[in-house]
Design a protein around this ligand. Sequence first.
Ligand code: URA
Length: 268
Amino acid sequence: MSGSKTRPSDAHLKELGLGRWRHRDSNGTDGAGNEAEEMNDPTAEVAGNVEEEKSKTTTLTLDAEGRHLRQWRIVRKEVSECVLCDLHRTRKNTVFGVGAENADLMLIGEAPGADEDAQGEPFVGRAGKLLDSMLAAIGLSREQVFIANILKCRPPNNENPTLEQAEKCRPYLDRQIDLIRPRAILALGAVAAHNLLDVETPIGRLRGTVHEMSGSGIPVIPTYHPAYLLRRPQGKAQAFEDLLLLCDVLQDLGSQPVAPTEKSESSA
Ligand code: URA
């Protein structure tokens, strides 16, 4: 391996949506002994220019890809080492978020609870199981979306996030949103909705309509928090209406259609 450059395979590039990789050696040939053919071929110059442009695009796209991955690595590391508020003293784990880093849909909750703190993953307790069913009801799995919280660390006794904690933690969430660029955000519960929309309107009045996140303009659909729905299952019908509204928004924005079925409707 030493001295040789690794090159992406054609299959890998195709996966990235890039053109076919063509290696050129220092003489400008394609490395497969086609130099003479290229020199006699009147289309060779044009083809060569196109090839050069393609290779520039490839380099640029791979650079952008690399920058994106680097930004994710940096924000992950910063979160894992964060000591900006007192919650770092009591946490077992930071809870960065989980899911597809290019998801069309982002789900944002309040803060990790005991199970999430223990496992370092959002929504893994009872509320998380209900959230999985809610997602399944609209044909999605947690791998297809990105799930995060307003806070990355568990507040002791599951207290509501303080203003200071939310402010200190917010830049991490904003960077995640910038990197993911979701088409829509589902705000789970009052704390998430209030922080994202910068309002204090009760969740019962916020839900049922589409709002815009201040600054980014990303559509935000507020709904009840799954933990609230566990305590008050009567709210599930309204939460399902919110999910249907979310489906409409995603479809209008050209995201993959998600078609709820009668069966999944009753399982949420
Ligand atoms: N409740 C939340 O808001 N977030 C979690 O990750 C778990 C429970």
